[in-house]
Ligand binder design. Structure first.
Ligand code: SF4
Ligand code: SF4
Length: 398
């Protein structure tokens, strides 16, 4: 039987997934629900529906937040179904200009250096202000990407090895990802500080590459497989206690690599620090934080409690969480660039709820969510600082 139909036919159409689906909640349209999308795939694959363009539009509107997978009693492999359906059309796919740039930067270290220098020029010379005034990003159809740019910081070069700064308990590999290395040096530095303080040597293999999430979810399985091979080789070291990730979007992709010995080693950094690292001496912090749980951390890595338990170790910290009804912030890899209306509607819910907490910090474990939320906060004139939980931990270390 057709592999897609075999997966789709597991669905018993109970509808339990509908109220949890962000695109269904916003539209109340069955075609924008998990059950509806599965039915569309069944209709197309069995020849009852022939309008591929219309079917693909509904499939492409899915965020792949996988909340439906978490609640499905029949265990429909929903993500695999969507990825395989999209892969059928890979040859016809024309990625947007913004997505093409994003992929080039993600896959190529030279392009990353170029992007770093361009960001310095763009922000350091006041060009950004002039371009925004003249609405150039919008004319060039790069406005959705341009709004996500963080403030430029001088690049830090990371070594391949950092020794433990307390009694050594082992060595961990640190996966920094393509965007983390380019845009999130603060989180990488904080991860090194906290892991070494917890007694672990940190290995950051220079050969590591993009995790491939952008590729696999846009149907480009060949590129995703190549990237997986590079990363598996980069971390091929028998002595690692774990391979720690600082972005759950990457961590969830790495955990789904076909090679089980590699995938089983992947742990979110907060989960690792709570479950493996032991005691860390934190100074008190009498502030309120708002904890954002990325859907990739909750629904794929199943490590949502790690960040909360880690932050609970900081004395006097008041932790608030976003309501359970908020499933996905709308960033979802390249989704925020290609489906901005839905992405902005979902972001608005996050910003409203975050504003209610009156927190000083919003903490998120995924760089994509961080950039999307940070841009939204700035546009609303909100001064909440967005950080990875491990950055706050590094600041509070004795
Ligand atoms: S919960 Fe699972 S079985 Fe029920 S409709 Fe949704 S996908 Fe199908
Ligand atoms: S993955 Fe998320 S957006 Fe897509 S159908 Fe499931 S719940 Fe809805």
């Amino acid at each position: 039987m057709n592999k897609l139909l075999a997966d789709a036919d597991i669905c018993v159409k109970c509808g339990l997934c509908l109220p949890t689906c962000p695109t269904y909640t916003k539209t109340q349209n069955e075609n924008e629900s998990p059950r509806g999308r599965i039915a569309l795939i069944q209709g197309y694959e069995s020849g009852q529906l022939s309008d591929a363009k219309a079917v693909r539009a509904h499939i492409d509107n899915c965020l792949l937040c996988r909340e439906c997978e978490r609640v499905c009693p029949a265990l429909v492999p929903y993500s695999r179904l969507i990825d395989n359906f999209r892969a059928q059309f890979q040859a016809d796919n024309k990625p947007s200009f913004a997505l093409s740039i994003l992929k080039k930067v993600a896959h190529n270290k030279t392009a990353q250096h170029l992007a770093q220098s361009s960001l310095k020029l763009y922000q350091g010379t006041g060009l950004q202000k002039i371009a925004r005034l003249l609405k150039l990003p919008s004319v060039l159809r790069l406005d959705k990407m341009e709004r996500l740019l963080p403030s430029y910081n001088a690049p830090t070069t990371f070594a391949e090895h950092y020794p433990a700064t307390t009694a050594c308990k082992g060595t961990v590999g640190l996966f920094v990802g393509c965007m983390g290395a380019l845009l999130d040096h603060e989180t990488i530095s904080a991860a090194i500080t906290v892991l070494t303080a917890a007694g672990f040597n940190v290995a950051i293999p220079a050969q590591q590459s993009c995790c491939g999430a952008l590729d696999v979810h846009s149907g480009d399985t060949a590129t995703a497989d190549k990237l997986a091979t590079i990363n598996i080789q980069a971390f091929a070291n028998d002595s690692l206690t774990a391979i720690v990730t600082i972005a759950s979007g990457c961590g969830s992709q790495l955990q789904e690599y076909a090679q089980a010995e590699f995938a089983d080693q992947i742990m979110d950094i907060s989960q690792f620090l709570v479950q493996v690292a032991g005691h860390l001496p934190f100074k008190p912090l009498a502030e309120t934080v708002c904890l954002h749980t990325p859907c990739s951390l909750k629904n794929v890595m199943r490590a949502e409690n790690g960040a909360l338990q880690l932050l609970q170790r900081i004395p006097e910290l008041h932790i608030t969480k976003l309501p359970e009804t908020i499933v996905c912030c709308g960033s979802a890899g390249s989704y925020m660039l290609e489906h901005s209306t839905m992405a902005q509607a979902l972001l608005a819910d996050v910003l409203d709820a975050a504003a209610d907490t009156q927190a000083r910090y919003l903490l998120s474990s995924n760089i994509g969510c961080t950039l999307h939320i940070q841009a939204g906060l700035q546009e609303r004139g909100m001064t909440m600082e967005v950080l990875h939980p491990v950055v706050l931990c590094a600041r509070q270390l004795h």
